[in-house]
Design a protein around this ligand. Structure first.
Ligand SMILES: *[C@@H]1O[C@H](CO)[C@@H](O)[C@H](O)[C@H]1NC(C)=O
Length: 452
C-alpha cells in the first residue's frame, strides 16, 4: 500500500512537471513549425538485398590522427577533397594533406564549431575550375581552385523562401551542380544550428531543398518541411533529383522535367537507418546510413514522431538544462560551458543508443534496394559518405579521426592487389567521458528534484 502510494505520488509529480513544461508559453526553444504528429515508415527487415554481411569489417584507416571528421568526399585526378572539423576544406593525396580553403574564423577547439565553420557539402563546378562548398554555418561559396578566390553565393543572413514561411537557412548541408551550372542545395533545418542537432530531432521537420540560379543569384525553394534534408543525387539525365530525408529514413524524388515536373514522391522508404550524403553514378546511388535502425532498435532521431507533446517536453527540458550554461557563457564566455552545450546538442549522444552496425545501401535509379554492405566491428564507423574511387570505397564520417576505406564490391575485374599498410583497428572505446558524467549528474539532480 505504502509503496503503491509512493509510486502514485511520484507519477503525479511527474505529470504536473510534464504539463508545466509543455504548457508554459514562451519557453525555449522556438521553432518554425508547431509540434504536430507525423508518421515515419519503420525500418525494413534486414532480409533479401538488406541481408547483413561483413563487407565493411576490417576497414583500412588512412591518415589516422590527421583528418578529423571527413564528412563529405569528392575526387578528381587521384586527389580527394573533404571538409573537416575546424572548418577547413583539405585535399588528400597519397600521403599529404593540403589546405584548400576555410570560411570560418580562426578557432582552437572543435566545440567552437559555429566560429570555425563546418564544410558539409562539396561539388566540382561544371563552369570553370571551381569548387562549390556548403559550410553549415557560413553558407554556399564558390572557390576558384587556380586563384583560391572565394565568392559567396548564398548567405546565412539571407531570408529564403519556404512553402509559406520565409526564413534563413540554419544548416547548409549538401550541394550539387547541374550541367548548366545551377546549384541544388539543402538546408537541413531552419530552426537549429548543426551544434544543436539533437533539438532538430525533436522539432517538426523544417528542412528545405533549393535550386540556386547562377545567373540571377537567387535560390528558389523546391521542397519544404523535410525532416533533415541532406544528401542529393541528380539523375544521369537531370530529369529528377533525389534528396535524402535523414530523419524520416527515406529518399524523396523531385521531378525536374517532363509531365510531373515540380512534383515529388517517395523514392525509397523504410531504410534501416538514417541516410546521409548520396553518391550517384550511372547505375544507381550509394546511400550510407549515418546511424542504423531496425525493429529492435528504433531510431533515437525519430522515435517520437507520432508524439508531439513528448518531443516538445524533451526539447524544452533539454533547453532548460542547457540554459544556465548558455547564460553563463553569454556573460563570461568560457570553454567549459561551450563544450557542454556542444556535447548536449551535437548528436554523438544519440549515436550511443543506436545499434553498432555500419550500413551502406545500394539503390538503383528506379528506387529499388539492390544490395547492401554491412560491418559490425566498428572499423568503418558511422558512414556519412561513400566515394567509389580506384576500386575502393572511401568512407567519410563526421566522427572518425581517419579516412576509412574498403575494397569496392564492384572492383572484381581488376586483379586483386594485396593492400599494404592494413591496420587491425582497435575497438572504439566505449568509456564514459567527462561531459557524459556532468550530463548524467545533472539529469540525476533534476530527476530527483521533481520525482521526490
Ligand atoms: C548573392 O546574394 C547574396 C545575398 O544577397 C549576397 O550576399 C552575395 O554576395 C551574392 N553573390 C553574388 C555572387 O552576387
Amino acid at each position: 500500500m505504502g509503496l503503491l502510494y509512493g509510486i502514485g505520488i511520484r507519477i503525479m509529480n511527474f505529470m504536473v512537471f510534464f504539463l508545466i513544461v509543455i504548457l508554459l508559453p514562451g519557453l525555449p526553444p522556438r521553432t518554425t513549425f508547431p509540434y504536430k504528429a507525423f508518421h515515419i515508415t519503420p525500418a525494413k527487415e534486414l532480409k533479401g538485398a538488406l541481408e547483413p554481411n561483413q563487407h565493411l569489417d576490417g576497414a583500412e584507416r588512412l591518415l589516422e590522427g590527421r583528418v578529423y571528421g571527413p564528412e563529405c568526399l569528392i575526387a578528381r585526378k587521384n586527389e580527394i577533397y573533404t571538409g573537416i572539423h575546424g572548418g577547413e576544406v583539405i585535399k588528400l593525396t597519397a600521403d599529404h594533406v593540403t589546405h584548400i580553403t576555410k570560411f570560418g574564423q580562426p578557432c582552437e577547439e572543435i566545440f567552437e564549431e559555429s566560429r570555425c565553420g563546418r564544410p558539409l557539402g562539396l561539388a566540382f563546378d561544371t563552369q570553370g575550375n571551381n569548387l562549390i562548398v556548403s559550410d553549415a554555418y557560413y553558407g554556399i561559396w564558390q572557390v576558384d581552385l587556380n586563384s583560391n578566390e572565394k565568392k559567396l553565393l548564398v548567405s546565412p543572413n539571407q531570408e529564403l523562401p519556404g512553402k509559406d514561411v520565409q526564413r534563413k537557412a540554419k544548416i547548409f548541408n549538401t550541394v550539387t551542380v547541374d550541367q548548366k551550372g545551377d546549384i541544388y542545395w539543402t538546408d537541413s533545418s531552419s530552426d537549429f544550428l548543426l551544434l544543436d542537432l539533437v533539438f532538430s530531432s525533436f522539432a517538426n521537420p523544417s528542412g528545405r531543398l533549393f535550386k540556386y540560379d547562377r545567373a540571377t543569384n537567387v535560390s528558389k525553394v523546391l521542397l519544404d518541411e523535410l525532416f533533415f534534408a541532406n544528401g542529393l543525387a541528380l539523375s544521369p539525365d537531370e530529369d529528377f533529383i533525389i534528396v535524402a530525408e535523414t530523419g524520416a529514413m527515406r529518399l524523396v524524388k523531385y521531378h525536374l522535367k517532363g509531365a510531373k515536373a515540380g512534383q515529388s514522391e517517395v523514392f525509397v522508404e523504410g531504410l534501416p537507418g538514417l541516410p546521409d550524403n548520396l553518391t550517384p553514378d550511372a547505375d544507381g546511388i550509394w546511400v550510407p546510413l549515418i546511424m542504423a535502425a531496425d525493429s529492435e532498435h528504433p531510431n533515437g532521431f525519430n522515435i517520437f514522431a507520432n508524439f508531439p507533446s513528448i518531443r516538445l517536453f524533451l526539447a524544452r527540458l533539454l533547453g532548460l538544462f542547457e540554459l544556465p550554461f548558455r547564460l553563463i557563457n553569454n556573460a563570461f564566455p568560457n570553454k567549459l560551458a561551450q563544450r557542454f552545450i556542444h556535447f548536449i546538442g551535437h548528436g554523438e549522444s544519440i549515436l550511443l543508443m543506436a545499434p553498432k552496425r555500419s550500413t551502406i545501401v545500394r539503390v538503383d535509379w528506379n528506387g529499388n534496394i539492390v544490395g547492401s554492405l554491412h560491418g559490425t566491428d566498428r572499423s568503418a564507423g558511422a558512414v556519412s559518405h561513400v566515394l567509389e574511387f580506384n576500386d575502393h570505397l572511401y568512407l567519410g564520417s563526421p566522427f572518425n579521426r581517419f579516412l576509412a576505406r574498403v575494397k569496392s564490391p564492384r572492383a572484381g575485374r581488376q586483379p586483386e592487389i594485396k593492400v599494404k599498410n592494413v591496420r587491425v583497428p582497435e575497438v572504439t572505446k566505449h568509456g564514459v567521458n567527462l561531459m557524459q558524467c556532468i550530463a548524467a549528474g545533472f539529469a540525476v539532480i533534476i530527476g530527483s528534484i521533481f520525482m521526490c
